[in-house]
Design a protein around this ligand. Structure first.
Ligand SMILES: C[S@@+](CC[C@H](N)C(=O)[O-])C[C@H]1O[C@@H](n2cnc3c(N)ncnc32)[C@H](O)[C@@H]1O
Length: 227
């Protein structure tokens, strides 16, 4: 069987914004076009993820979680930044699982990364396990974002860092415009709403943005509340 990373062996999907692009492929990559959509995400998301990973404070995480790992680019970059860390990843898509298992094979074979198929709303990890949780471009598709953040707060240790790259800022001022341009099942939330969801989950978060405003991330810290 051809390697899932070999783009010559499979059809090319339309890119985000192009005619016939299927947003459901972003919600859950699938079918014969799924791997091509993931190629595009790994390539297109990379600059924003690199920037966001560089904004994570200088911590020494033992366990790192990547939620909605897609093609595995986030796990790869975060494990490079924190060479002592062990990575975990969870994603609902079988295609993402197959793709990322090849893309991040080096770390998996090294024993530093364990990927599973699963849902952010109900994760099979113990309370307080992770010192760092990161998730790029997945929260737009979570069915119950409040419950998802509560679950994220549950698996974070006291003082753990949360990094959610945010791409463009969605403020009260531009929310209606962004909302109108957004196609279901993708959801968008005001920056203040996002900070509220995290606060309710015991995470103090703020926005960090670059000088152009084009790159941004929510960076949060887990308050004390387990046990
Ligand atoms: C737009 S892709 C982003 C992939 C990757 N993080 C990146 O930055 O390129 C969104 C990913 O989130 C996953 N996802 C969507 N809903 C999820 C959920 N409820 N739980 C876990 N993963 C989910 C999808 O399967 C998909 O792989």
């Amino acid at each position: 069987m051809a390697n899932i990373l070999d783009s010559r062996s499979r059809p090319e999907a339309p890119r985000y914004g192009e005619e016939n692009f299927d947003i459901n492929q972003c919600r859950m990559p699938h079918g014969e076009l799924g791997p091509s959509v993931i190629d595009h995400m790994n390539e297109g998301h990379r600059p924003g993820i690199e920037w966001a990973v560089a904004q994570i404070p200088d911590i020494s995480p033992r366990f790192v979680l990547d939620i909605g790992y897609g093609g595995g680019i986030v796990s790869r970059l975060v494990l490079r930044r924190f060479p002592q860390a062990k990575g975990y990843g969870i994603d609902i898509s079988e295609t993402s699982y197959q793709y990322a298992s090849e893309y991040d094979r080096y770390f998996i074979d090294e024993g530093r990364l364990k990927l599973i198929i699963g849902d952010v709303h109900d994760m099979p990890y113990e309370d307080g396990k992770f010192d760092l949780v990161i998730s790029n471009a997945s929260y737009f598709f979570w069915e119950d974002i409040r419950a998802a953040f509560m679950e994220i707060g549950r698996v974070m240790s006291e003082g753990a860092v949360l990094c959610i790259p945010s791409g463009r800022r969605i403020t009260d001022g531009n929310y209606e415009k962004v909302r109108a341009e957004t196609e279901p099942p993708m959801n968008v939330y005001r920056d203040s709403e996002m900070i509220g969801f995290m606060d309710a989950a015991g995470i103090d978060a703020e926005i960090v943005a670059d000088e152009t405003g084009e790159k941004g991330a929510f960076i949060g810290r887990r308050r004390r509340c387990h046990g």
